[in-house]
Design a binder for this molecule. Sequence first.
Ligand code: ASP
Length: 427
Amino acid sequence: MKKIKMHWQIAIGIILGVLFGVLLIQFNWGNQFILDWIKPFGTIFINLLKLIAIPLIIVSLIKGVTDLKDINKLSKMGIKTIGIYLLTTVLAITIGLILVNTIKPGRFISAQTRTEMLSTFGQNTNEKIEQASSAKTHGPLQVLVDIVPENLMYSASYNGNMLQIIFFTLLFGISMVLLPEVKTVHLKKMFEGANDVIMKIVDIIMLFAPYGVFALMASLIAESPSADIFKALATYGFTVILGLVLLVYLIYPFLLKFWGGANPILFYKNLAPAQLVAFTTSSSAATLPITMECVEEKIGVHKEVSSFVLPIGATINMDGTSLYQGVAAVFIAQVLGYDLSLMQQLSILMTATLASIGTAAVPGAGILMLVIVLESININPAGIALIIAVDRPLDMFRTVTNVSGDAMVAVVINKISGNSLTPKTSE
Ligand code: ASP
């Protein structure tokens, strides 16, 4: 019998998970049953992916850097990568701002709904604001300071510190390249072996993916808010999703074709497993192992490029999150009755760019950083109570965008570094 392709297996898992969730919540005991007996399998799946993320970054980045053998080449690639990441982020926020100013979703919220939401979700909002104030940068260079860890073990103990791990790993890899080859030959072999082992672990975890996403979707249904809230926020949600779709399926294909020399249809076909896992887990960091596999094995980006561009992208490049932050900030301002000047909108552009770099690649991190964006334009961050109820579903869509953006930039960097796409397996 022909084996069903991985992305179809995951898609079937998602659909069955939703159907199962919808069916079970019809019974009184259904919600609790899902939370007790189904959700844990989803959590195990996410944990497995997160478990492998940091070891994967370390071994693949070291392999990537040592394969390059040339520090000059590496620094050029680094500058190009960061430059393109910034460019796509600014593009994403601009699209978000144009859409939210044109559609004006804020006008669909009545004064009564506004008061209701502010009081119902005020409690959750306070928690977020408190968390965000600890994440707030202390000065303009704090972002840089945060990249350099003072203790490697401490950084490695939390997935939100990925940038610090990347920093140390780059330092390690660069030092290996600078040493005479005889001194590092065994170490290099060891990392190559470890890299193969970790990719094998990813393969094993992927066997569990269809069941993991089933569990995640069923528990999402069991925990979702009432349909009334979705209706009230429908135009806002539509604006965010429209922006994300335009970015992923109009702008990216254009860049892929003319800058990356790739066939966009084939690209998305091969990226589908990563997009589906991003959708269900809402975490670019957890999806990273699968993104790397799709981009290297199926899309055919050279390992030296993907192992450098993707871990950095998963950490700092969040086009979906930044687009959403632009839309959300202006939407909240509209509902609260503020008229934002052009200067304020530019300030959103700047803060959302920086905030998306500082956003951890985990579920719900985007709304935390939104607090900082709102404060930059003097709007009470308590306004996030207006959108918090629909944050999880939107997080799913923006995470897909974040992951797709990273993969797209990997293809572009691959091309401008003079490589062609050489897939090993293809969907
Ligand atoms: N969940 C997103 C990610 O991991 C971040 C966000 O909350 O926007 O990419």
